[in-house]
Structures are given as structure tokens and as C-alpha cells.
Unconditional design. Structure first.
Length: 340
């Protein structure tokens, strides 16, 4: 079965399995697990930050960051289609007690003039803004990247208004590879970054949160509030070490496969904004005169190809380490057979 629904569908590599079996272990809650500690050190170094924390998921990592950077009753600014806003069950309100202000964006990056206008200042009656959240790459926009130049411009706004910046970098390494820069350079102006091990890097579990030592010390306590402390966490962290060492440079293969897939989808009549084809995500609209989107999903499954659940006529497909060039070609040929 060719599974294009998400890069979370990957299986660990054999090297990851062996590392998990043989990992030195300790009590992570007491900061005694050597494998977790090694992973955290690697994550911090790669992203140019002082320290890092291993978390169960990207949702947990993002929420922990929001809890550290803010106080209940404040407001957080983000682009209107971010994952934190759409797909993290309102944790920023339910748990962190924060108000959300969304800003229209262009290809996933908030429009700078509207971002600055949305900031709520100090005042007895106001939910004062304290944090800007960015998503890089931006899932709903199509896997698009926020550039260093855009990051720098947003950092100037943040500095002017005394705001912190958190980057939901679930696929930050895809952004760095696509932009041709070092990950640390891309997030240099961010106060904290979360990235997923379990998406494009191919791990079965976990995300990393990076920032200053002071930030991570506070984050460790907030993580505990969410039940995120671990015991022998090295079993899961071991795969992350392999991922950071072996899985980043190969992401360009996924990007090339996504481009080929997008070209094939266009060829058979699907509608795609090709500006969004920057990394490993491809969103396309299914013209109703060709086939209903739900019917296309069913027919592709009959051909042993799994694609994303439609939202209206919009479908997402994602390339990853378990999708080969031959799989992409087979997918395109299957579409041609269905639509002929």
C-alpha cells in the first residue's frame, strides 16, 4: 500500500529499531536518561539554541512554549490558518488561558502591516499581546516556507512591541532544505522552536522544544503539568538521535517527489497553486466535472494508494521517506486510469 496521507505514516528505519532496543536508559524525569539527554543536546545544537526538551508531541511542545512565554489573560498573534489555531483543540485557551488573535497571511506568512495592527497594547481593560507564533513550514498553506528575510522583519515588529516569537517548526528542516540554509540561521530570531521527530524525520514518537536554558527550565515544569514527564524515555529518544543524524539531508528527495507528483496531478486535470509546491506537501482541488473528491479517494484506495481525506474538494498528499519515485509514478498512472 502506498500511503500518501501524511509523513506521520512512516515506519522507523532498521537502524532506529536497533537503537531503541540498545538505548542506555535512566529516569528522564530526574534528568538521568543519557539517551534523552543526548537527543536534547543534539536538537539544541542543530537549531543554535542553548537547551532542549523532549516532548510527547508537537501539540504538547507548542502548548508548553505558549505557557512559558505568556500569562493567562494575554493574547497571542498568529496567521489565521496555523496548526495551533486549527488543529490543537484550543489548548491555548483551555489550558493556558490565552486569547487568540489571527492575522491574514500570504502563503502562510502573516502580512506584516496587519500583524502590527493586530497587536494589543498594555491597558487595564485589554488582553495585552505577548507572543507571536509562526508556522514553518506552513501546513495549511501547502508546505510553504517563511524565509529568513520574513523572519527578520517579524522579529523587528516583535522587538518594537516587546513580544516573544515562537516557531511551530514541525517541519522546520524541510523549510531549511528548501531555502538552502542552515536550520539555526532560519530560527536565529525566534525565542523558541518546536519541531517534530515523527513527521518528515521518520520517527515513531516525539517532538523537541528548544530555547534558552531559562526557558527550558520553565518548560520542563509546564510539561509536567500536562503529564509529559517520562521515565525510561530513551527507548523513544534513540530513534530521534538517528533521525537528526541521518534523516535531514535526504529531505530534498521528498521535495523532488512532491514536485513530480504535483506536475502529474496538473497533467490529469487537478487544480494546484504551484507557488505552494515548495517542500513535501501537495494540496490539490478536484474539479467536480472529473470526479467527486470522496469517490477519487475510494478509487485510489482500490488501487492500493491512500490519499488524504477531502475537505470539500481539497485533498492533501504528502511525500516522505517511505514513498519512492516509483510510488509517485504509480500514483500518477493510477489517477490517469481512474480519470480516462
Amino acid at each position: 500500500m502506498i500511503d500518501l496521507r501524511s509523513d506521520t505514516q512512516t515506519r522507523p528505519t532498521e537502524e532506529m529499531y536497533q537503537a531503541m532496543i540498545n538505548a542506555p536508559l535512566g529516569d528522564e524525569q530526574n534528568e538521568e536518561d543519557p539517551t534523552v539527554m543526548e537527543l536534547q543536546k543534539m536538537a539544541a545544537e542543530i537549531l543554535g539554541k542553548e537547551d532542549a526538551l523532549f516532548t510527547a508531541s508537537g501539540t504538547m511542545g507548542n502548548l508548553v512554549a505558549l505557557m512559558v512565554h505568556t500569562s493567562p489573560g494575554e493574547s497571542v498573534l498568529m496567521e489565521e490558518e496555523t496548526h495551533i489555531m486549527r488543529c490543537e483543540t484550543g489548548g491555548l485557551a483551555v489550558v493556558a488561558g490565552l486569547m487568540l488573535k489571527t492575522v491574514p497571511g500570504e502563503l502562510g506568512c502573516p502580512k506584516l502591516d496587519l500583524l502590527e495592527k493586530a497587536i494589543i497594547g498594555e491597558g487595564r481593560l485589554f488582553a495585552t499581546s505577548s507572543l507571536i507564533c509562526l508556522e514553518n513550514t506552513h501546513n495549511a498553506a501547502g508546505g510553504t516556507c517563511i524565509s529568513v528575510e520574513q523572519m527578520n522583519a517579524i522579529a523587528e515588529i516583535a522587538k518594537k512591541h516587546n513580544l516573544k516569537i515562537h516557531v511551530d517548526g514541525a517541519r522546520i528542516f524541510n523549510a531549511a532544505i528548501a531555502l538552502g540554509i542552515e536550520p539555526a540561521h532560519l530560527v536565529q530570531k525566534a525565542d523558541s522552536v518546536q519541531f517534530c521527530l515523527s513527521k518528515s524525520l521518520g520517527c515513531p514518537y516525539g517532538s523537541m522544544l528548544v530555547g534558552t536554558k531559562e526557558f527550558i527550565a520553565k518548560a520542563r515544569k509546564k510539561r509536567q503539568i500536562l503529564g509529559g514527564g517520562m521515565r525510561q524515555g530513551g527507548v523513544m529518544a534513540a530513534a530521534g538521535i538517528i533521525a537528526l543524524d541521518k534523516m535531514i539531508d535526504r529531505l530534498s528527495e521528498d521535495h523532488e517527489n512532491a514536485r513530480i507528483l504535483a506536475d502529474g496531478l496538473l497533467e490529469v486535470g487537478m487544480q494546484i497553486d504551484m507557488r505552494t509546491i515548495q517542500t513535501n506537501l501537495v494540496f490539490f482541488e478536484v474539479p467536480t466535472h472529473l470526479v467527486e473528491a470522496t469517490e477519487l479517494v475510494r478509487k485510489m484506495k482500490d488501487k492500493n494508494v491512500l490519499i488524504g481525506k477531502p475537505s470539500g474538494n481539497r485533498i492533501r498528499v504528502v511525500t516522505h521517506k517511505d514513498i519512492s519515485r516509483d510510488d509517485v509514478i504509480f500514483t500518477i498512472e493510477s489517477l490517469k486510469e481512474i480519470l480516462k
